[in-house]
Ligand binder design. Structure first.
Ligand SMILES: C[S@@+](CC[C@H](N)C(=O)[O-])C[C@H]1O[C@@H](n2cnc3c(N)ncnc32)[C@H](O)[C@@H]1O
Length: 217
């Protein structure tokens, strides 16, 4: 079963994340089998880092849908206390095996059912390509869940492929974001602090790299 068939079936069955576990279970240690795996810091995150002098100084960071784990390790190397989670147990297994000494708390968790203690807890929240891996009918909940993780004056970095094409179930995966979707984070108590487009040669859209900050209460 290819990714599209698997994810379409999962969406129809109202179980949009069930196709990730088999995919990671069949993945080789070198990442072969995971179409989005970079096996290094994500290139668009790397671009963002080249523009920001990011120092953790012991602040708390959270990586959503951490996949093979490289971006979490990048944040740990910059002095953050990092928690990284993925809905796939096998993905987290890969992370633990790849980075046994990393100062990262690796957890199996579902963005749709986060631990209560995570509410507004993190100083830096990193979201790369998870939103677009979820069908459009989960859009509102996904946004709300992500925003709720950002602490007082904390930052959220969203890296996503954006296009003007309508977000229909048939269009994905991935279900690319729209400019309006990116804007919508500002309707939830965050303001956009920084934004740039990282042209990646994709035929469907460009990578938007958008930083939000929670406004002081
Ligand atoms: C397209 S991949 C991107 C992975 C990683 N961020 C990267 O850029 O390589 C989306 C990831 O989100 C995870 N994921 C999807 N839905 C999730 C959910 N509800 N909770 C936690 N992780 C989820 C998937 O297992 C997958 O690892």
């Amino acid at each position: 079963m290819n990714d599209r068939n698997a994810s379409e079936r999962a969406s129809r069955d109202d179980d949009p994340t069930s196709w990730f576990e088999p995919l990671y279970r069949d993945t080789e240690p070198d990442g072969d089998g995971v179409p989005w795996a970079n096996m290094e810091t994500h290139p668009s995150f790397q671009q963002w880092l080249s523009r920001h002098d990011l120092k953790g100084d012991g602040q708390r960071a959270l990586v959503i849908g951490c996949g093979m784990g490289d971006d979490a390790v990048e944040l740990a190397s910059r002095g953050f206390q990092v928690t990284a989670f993925d809905v796939s147990e096998s993905a987290i297994g890969h992370c633990r095996r790849r980075f046994p000494d990393a100062a990262v708390e690796w957890l199996v968790a579902d963005l749709f059912e986060p631990p209560a203690a995570w509410s507004r807890r993190f100083d830096f929240v990193l979201e790369i390509y998870t939103i677009q891996s979820l069908p459009p009918q989960y859009e509102q909940e996904t946004t709300q869940r992500i925003v709720d993780l950002v602490g007082a004056e904390g930052r959220l970095l969203v890296i996503a492929i954006v296009s003007d094409e309508p977000r229909s179930l048939e269009a994905g995966p991935p279900w690319l974001l729209t400019p309006a979707y990116i804007e919508s984070f500002q309707e939830h108590g965050l303001s956009m602090a920084d934004h740039f487009v990282h042209t990646n040669g994709s035929r469907r859209g460009d990578v938007w790299v958008s930083t939000f900050r929670r406004l002081a209460p």
